[in-house]
Design a protein around this ligand. Structure first.
Ligand code: OGA
Ligand code: NI
Length: 596
């Protein structure tokens, strides 16, 4: 096997399985009833029911007799092959960049791992209007147009991309009508969202890959827009995560069919009736593969929220509203944002870094070169805003997080920075907080008040790790991930008395006095079980120039109680939220994206 750049290597649990299930595939739906004038009402009703079932049970289906003439598809497929066969330098002449957000790229990243693919993007509305910035209150707009390669000349000709796009649009409105009907809505209920749409089309090229068992053509993701219509060739590689059991199911190519999937917007509009489903693309050591997704996106001005007709007292809205245009601008522009992450080394992503019996294998992909914000259209999971809850270390208070609070809020997330008892501006006196349970109380009360279906991300600094560990034991279902920032991290078999014997100085940076809790008290409050505490994902953030909790001490704790992932912030002292707020912010966003 030829060596493959480690940036492409997937964590073991995300690698393709050699024997994918081919058993029962995604539903195959015949669209003739909407394409033939003489079809009766019964046939149409059956079709609507079929579409509804497919959206509900799979989020994916294939359509045949869709009305798109096959020669129109063949023409664009041929032009795509000719384009990708060109030398790299030639293709790079139309690279995507800050000015031209559409064009060629051979650097796509999904969930922090490089995809084994090249793409060419073009937009549908000419020009496409989007927000000029991702700042929430900035209303300035800008216009995007396509850039076309010189070769093959066909690509820019109206008869190829434009004609294909026009056919896709016709199919789009038919599908939107069927989906709306299946939700019990008027068939044109969704149409209005697509006036001045931001839809775009992508030519995908997945070259043959020498290590198809390690890399993916496209990592697992959900599509962020309303719906995607995909043309795949006869090679195959698309896999869909089956909703019933989470198995990856191979989508067997059906000649001349289109694959349709529900995106995040339909999930929100339908208030979870139809969910956007994860999918990915495996690669092949022998054959290259081509596909053409058509991403159907609304206008930048659309405010996305569950449709009022689908919300009532029994089924309240499951999502807060958000601006599609701001989301889109953030995605498109962040691709080219100047990175602040140079000195962050994300050591490993998504899997256990250090198992007790295993040392770090040296083939681990070094993520240092991969910016966390590299734009990936597909990587849509950051769409749903997170709620971060920040827990300070002893002697400090909520105030110490002020820089991070501003950064997280400005990117649209909810943030709660809590004062523990007798800390910050909490009114209790330290002598009224004689047990560590009293000290934790503000966090426990807060966690108790969160609605059952909601999850938060807990972020602990320093001794705040104890409070967070206690919360993981009491409220494991309300936490999507706990982040320990140079924090104490007791575990099921690493109890607090062992930790205290290590020279972790709990009382180093006192701003308000702290009560020094007895070991006995702390051991009682921190009985941690694998069933509860252990069921919550954990990420540890090492601060490498920490004079309070030395790096060796942090590493020792990580070895004793291995988290799911370890990230290191270079050049950071103990108060990383003060000295390296941007880096910490970037890491938190990356974690939110990977664990929520
Ligand atoms: C996509 C996608 C699948 C494929 O580009 O979002 O899921 O088979 N593509 O190329
Ligand atoms: Ni996709």
């Amino acid at each position: 096997m030829e060596a493959v750049d480690p940036d492409f290597i997937q964590a073991p649990e995300h690698r393709p399985k050699p024997d994918v299930t081919e058993a029962e595939g995604i539903p195959l739906i015949d669209l003739s009833p909407v394409n033939s004038p003489e079809s009766d009402a019964d046939a149409l009703a059956r079709l609507v029911a079929e579409i509804g079932d497919a959206c509900k049970n799979w989020g994916f289906f294939q359509v045949i007799n869709h009305g798109v003439p096959s020669h129109i598809r063949e023409r664009i497929e041929l032009a795509s092959k000719e384009f990708f066969a060109l030398p790299k330098e030639e293709k790079k002449k139309v690279s995507r960049n800050e000015i031209n957000l559409f064009g060629y790229s051979d650097f796509e990243i999904t969930k922090s791992v490089r995809d084994w693919k090249e793409v060419f993007d073009c937009t549908i509305e000419n020009p496409t209007v989007i927000y000029a910035s991702d700042e929430p209150d900035d209303e300035e707009l800008k216009e995007l147009t396509n850039q076309w390669p010189e070769y093959p000349p066909e690509l820019r000709q109206v008869e190829v991309c434009e004609v294909y796009a026009a056919e896709m649009q016709k199919l789009t409105y038919k599908l939107l009508a069927l989906i709306a009907s299946s939700l019990g809505l008027p068939k044109d209920r969704l149409h209005g969202f697509f006036k001045n749409q931001t839809s775009f089309m992508r030519l995908n090229y997945y070259p043959a890959c020498p290590a198809p068992q390690l890399a993916l053509g496209l990592g697992r993701h959900k599509d962020a827009g309303a719906m995607t219509i995909l043309a795949q060739d006869d090679v195959g590689g698309l896999e869909v995560k089956r909703k019933s059991d989470g198995e990856w199911i191979f989508v067997k190519p059906t000649p001349d069919a289109y694959i349709v999937n529900v995106g995040d917007l339909i999930q929100v509009w339908s208030n979870d009736k139809y969910e956007s489903v994860e999918h990915r693309v495996t690669v092949n050591s022998q054959k290259e593969r081509f596909s053409i997704p058509f991403f159907i996106n609304p206008s930048h001005s659309v405010w996305v929220e569950p449709l009022t007709e689908l919300v009532d007292e029994q089924t309240p809205a499951k999502y807060k509203g958000y601006s599609w245009g701001k989301f889109y601008a953030t995605r498109k522009l962040s691709n080219f944002k100047k990175l602040t992450t140079e000195n962050i080394q994300v050591l490993f992503n998504g899997t256990v870094l250090i198992e007790p019996s295993r040392t770090i294998p040296c083939v681990l992909p070094s993520r240092s070169r991969i910016p966390s914000f590299q734009f990936c259209w597909n990587d849509a999971d950051a769409l749903f805003y997170e709620h971060f809850v920040l827990i300070h270390g002893s002697g400090h208070g909520a105030w110490c997080w002020y820089k991070l609070v501003a950064l997280l809020r400005s990117s649209g997330h909810d943030v709660t920075a809590l004062d523990m008892a007798a800390s910050g501006i909490n009114l209790q006196h330290v002598l009224d907080v004689p047990t560590i349970s009293n000290y934790f109380r503000p966090l426990m009360d807060f966690m108790g008040s969160i609605p059952t279906r909601e999850k938060v991300i807990l972020v602990a600094h320093s001794s705040g790790g104890l409070a967070v560990s206690r919360a993981m034991e009491r409220f494991p279902d309300k936490i999507s991930v706990s982040v320990f920032v140079t924090a104490l991290m007791p575990g099921t078999s690493l109890n607090i008395s062992t930790l205290s014997q290590e020279d972790w100085s709990l009382a180093t940076v006192l701003v308000r006095p702290v009560y020094l809790y007895t070991e006995e008290d702390m051991s009682r409050a921190l009985v941690l079980s694998s069933k509860k505490y252990g069921s919550v994902s954990r990420v540890y953030i090492i601060t490498d120039e920490d004079k309070v909790a030395r790096k060796e001490l942090q590493q020792w704790m990580i070895r004793q109680n291995p988290p799911d992932e370890v990230v290191e912030i270079k050049g950071s002292d103990h108060m990383v939220m003060m000295s390296r707020p941007n880096e910490l912010f970037d890491v938190l966003l990356l974690i939110a994206q990977n664990y929520s």
